[in-house]
Design a binder for this molecule. Structure first.
Ligand code: SF4
Length: 475
């Protein structure tokens, strides 16, 4: 096994996959993505990096000679699930070898970062392990793996991270951009919440330069994107210095607003501590910034928030929501909440319910606390029994739903601008998003995909609205 140091890889003047492939034809790769939006974005970049080396992307395992599993460590037992997924690739690898090929299995993402060489020890089918900071090296690593090496590349190097993100802006996109496209502007986190692996798997906070972000944004819009979702583990902590000027997220939103064909801007995921007055004002002043914010609260109990190292109180969260609503009355909020964090009492849980009752979220991602190896929460000796966590989760979900239903019902009958993104499941149906990030289904011509239409909401389901188009935009 060879562990590569960041400086040890050449990026120029190498043989391409097309000419080096022993099968004398272009390689094909399957890239499977697990987990969060950041991973979906990263999988797109992995595909682009491979594409720039002549590798085409396929969804058919039978025709691929490279499989990349871009893994996520957020969910419970993520590593075990990936090991069992790798196990299913044995037959494929055997068949490709029997056909004279040199199949490669690469494990990328946060599980790769967290498990490192352990993956090679446990699963001989794997050839390459690459962390989230080193995707640009994947083509090189695969080339070397074809020479029979087993490789692990999980180093964190801040300069390399900047470099990768900047270079990503110039990587040719093999496909047309989605109507709503992700754009990473920041990676990593310095907050160290005691339940979370991100600071360990994604490293410290690093922001991309405004020039690099704007270059990629312009390209995505030129390729057809009408909405950009700015991504970062701590996206509202965005901070960069360029040409002696300090940039924050509000500055970036203002600069992006100048891109003519860009209609909508969103950002996720935010931390309550980093909701600056500038950013709140941007929601008031910048029409392209959509009136929706995903703002994880995690708990409504100050005692648990302290144990989680969240660095905000429930009251801070409440006042923050109030200030944002003052700036823009039609703001909708979603959140993340964990129940059953170590030491959570019935009173703590009640405090969480009180917060949820008061805020009235348009949606909420609710989780039972589960141990992440290596985090402080995993060491706590007052873990909550599984049945208690389960009961609290069900009660919380019922509360979220009870609060959400009247919010959605009150929107029925109103006319909202919907940016249509794709075809729906039924013939003649198209689906898009309202400004407050609700899915809206309507009957309409597929030619309306990529356009914003005024839609009258006719009924509300648990996670979406049905509507009727009343007017299409001129675009
Ligand atoms: S702020 Fe978010 S990403 Fe950072 S440690 Fe906390 S939960 Fe994880």
């Amino acid at each position: 096994m060879l562990r590569i140091q960041s400086s040890g890889i050449r990026h120029g003047g190498r043989t391409s996959f097309v000419t080096a492939n022993s099968e004398k034809q272009a390689s094909k790769a399957v890239v499977r993505s697990y987990g969060c939006q950041m991973n979906v974005y990263d999988s797109g970049k992995i595909s682009n990096f491979l594409g720039s080396e002549g590798v085409s992307i396929t969804t058919e395992l039978g025709e691929a000679d490279i499989v990349v599993l871009n893994t996520c460590h957020i969910r419970e037992k993520a590593a075990e699930k990936i090991y069992s997924e790798i196990g299913t690739l044995g037959e494929w690898k055997q068949a490709r070898r029997a056909a004279g090929g040199s199949p490669i299995v690469a494990i990328a993402g946060c599980v790769a970062q967290a498990e490192g060489a352990e993956i090679l020890r446990r699963q001989s089918l794997v050839d390459v392990v690459v962390g989230p900071q080193s995707y640009q090296k994947l083509p090189d690593l695969i080339m070397q793996a074809r020479a029979g090496r087993k490789l692990v590349e999980i180093d964190f190097a801040t300069a390399e991270k900047f470099d990768r993100l900047d270079r990503a802006a110039h990587t040719p996109a093999p496909t047309r951009a989605a109507v709503s496209a992700f754009l990473t502007i920041q990676e990593g986190c310095d907050k160290f919440c005691t339940f979370c692996v991100v600071p360990y798997t994604r490293g410290e906070e690093v922001c991309r330069t405004p020039a690099s972000v704007l270059a990629e944004a312009q390209r995505l819009v030129a390729d057809g994107a009408r909405e950009l979702v700015l991504l970062g583990q701590n996206v509202n902590a965005y901070s960069s210095i360029e040409d002696d000027r300090d940039w924050n997220l509000a500055d970036l939103v203002a600069a992006l607003s100048d891109i003519g064909d860009l209609e909508r801007i969103r950002y996720t995921t935010s931390h309550p501590r980093d909701m600056s007055p500038d950013l709140i004002a941007a929601h008031r002043d910048m029409p392209k910034l959509m009136p929706f914010l995903h703002l994880p609260a995690q708990s409504g109990s100050d005692r648990i928030l302290r144990a989680m190292n969240r660095r905000h109180t429930a009251d801070h969260y409440r006042r923050l929501i109030g200030r944002i609503r003052e700036a823009r009355a039609d703001m909708a909020f979603s959140t993340d909440i964990i129940v059953g964090f170590p030491g959570e009492t019935a009173a703590d849980f009640e405090a969480t319910c009180a917060l949820v009752e008061e805020i009235g979220f348009s949606s909420a991602f609710t989780f039972k606390y589960s141990i992440r190896a290596g985090t402080p929460g995993a060491e706590a000796d007052d873990q909550i029994e599984e049945p208690v966590k389960h009961e609290r989760l069900l009660a919380l979900q019922a509360l979220v739903e009870r609060r959400r239903r009247p919010i959605n019902a009150s929107a029925v009958g109103s006319v909202v601008p919907v940016l249509f993104e794709k075809r729906g499941r039924h013939p003649g149906q198209i689906v898009g998003r309202s400004p407050t990030f609700q899915s809206v289904f309507a009957s309409g011509d597929a030619a309306l995909i990529g356009r914003t239409c005024d839609v009258r909401l006719t009924s509300a389901g648990p996670n979406s609205f049905a509507g009727a188009i009343v007017a299409a935009s001129e675009r």
